[in-house]
Design a binder for this molecule. Structure first.
Ligand code: CP
Length: 313
């Protein structure tokens, strides 16, 4: 079975293959490639984009969707284990997309489930489907994934999307710039990952127009209140980096501002109309990336997509 749990397990060829497939879904999102299939979405943590774009992807491909958005309304509230929940849902569905607050939960589920598991985010660890849509968006805006200057800003400690992005970009010779307060610095394990994979990175503390002038991608992140054990510490760092229009004055013409969303205060609303802002389109790309992920997990190939006769205009 083909799980989609860890981005670091995917080769360069597989990532480019999935991007190619997603491009076809951007051209024609409505098809019946998954007609007769049942997709389960199990969300033990809140979500807007990830769950709704997975469910939209399933619906647009002709599948039906089951699941829960709040584990309290499932038998988890009676003490059912993750293993039993996964085994039960495997009786009903063909693939499970799951978000869980425990790091490694999706990996564990993939080891016990007889059907493919898609990791829709596990704690502060990984967010591989977000990563695929981020790669898709970077490729869409830059025309390449190679040799880019990528600035990661904000909560680099708990931000699972930036952890996945570093691992996926190892194939493409990026230079990463980490801008975070010391309390939210990139964890040592990811810096060691960069060193062991020859990924260049520079650490900054200043965040101003001069500091980011050579960026191709400015990837903002939210400070993740829900992961702090000490809310006083959250209060100290929550507004430390905020992007405003004047900070984009020296940006390169190709530079795009991305954000996995939701945002709180880290991007001023005035930036939404700036030509560098791209985070709303980025979220839209989640639909195409997740259609590709379902196909990848359910044995539908790029050739199947290219030769598909089920397109609904
Ligand atoms: N980007 C992202 O994971 O958003 P949601 O938490 O709304 O799914």
């Amino acid at each position: 079975k083909q799980d989609f749990v860890n981005i670091q397990n995917l080769s360069e060829d597989t990532l480019l293959y999935l991007i190619r497939m997603a491009q076809e879904f951007e051209k024609h999102p409505n098809r019946e490639l998954l007609k007769g299939k049942v997709v389960a979405t199990l969300f033990y943590e809140p979500s807007t984009r990830t769950r709704l774009s997975f469910e939209t992807a399933a619906n647009r491909l002709g599948a039906r969707v089951i699941g829960f958005t709040d584990a309290k309304v499932s038998s988890v509230s009676k003490g059912e284990t993750l293993k039993d929940t996964i085994l039960m849902v495997s009786n009903y569905a063909d693939v499970i997309a799951m978000r869980h607050y425990i790091e490694g939960a999706a990996q564990y589920a993939s080891e016990v489930a007889p059907i493919p598991i898609i990791n829709a985010g596990d704690g502060a660890h990984q967010h591989p489907s977000q990563c695929l849509l981020d790669l898709y968006t970077i490729h869409q805006t830059q025309g390449t994934l190679n040799n880019l200057n990528i600035y990661l800003v904000g909560d680099l400690k708990y931000g699972r999307t930036v952890h996945s992005l570093i691992m996926a970009m190892r194939h493409f010779n990026p230079t990463f710039h980490f801008i975070a307060p010391k309390e939210l610095a990139m964890p040592t394990e990811y810096k060691l990952y960069c060193k062991s994979h020859n990924i260049k990175y520079v650490e900054h503390t200043a965040f101003n127009s001069k500091e980011i002038a050579d960026a191709d991608i400015l990837y903002m992140t939210r400070v993740q209140k829900e992961r702090f054990s000490d809310l006083m510490e959250y209060e100290r760092v929550k507004n430390v980096y905020r992007l405003t229009n004047d900070m984009l004055a020296d940006a390169k013409p190709n530079m795009k501002v991305l954000h996995p969303l939701p945002r709180v205060n880290e991007i001023a609303y005035e930036v939404d109309d700036n030509p560098h802002a791209y985070y709303i389109q980025q979220a839209k790309n989640g639909l195409y990336a997740r259609e590709a992920i379902f196909c990848y997990c359910l044995g539908i190939t790029l050739d199947d997509v290219l030769n598909d006769k089920t397109i609904i205009e």
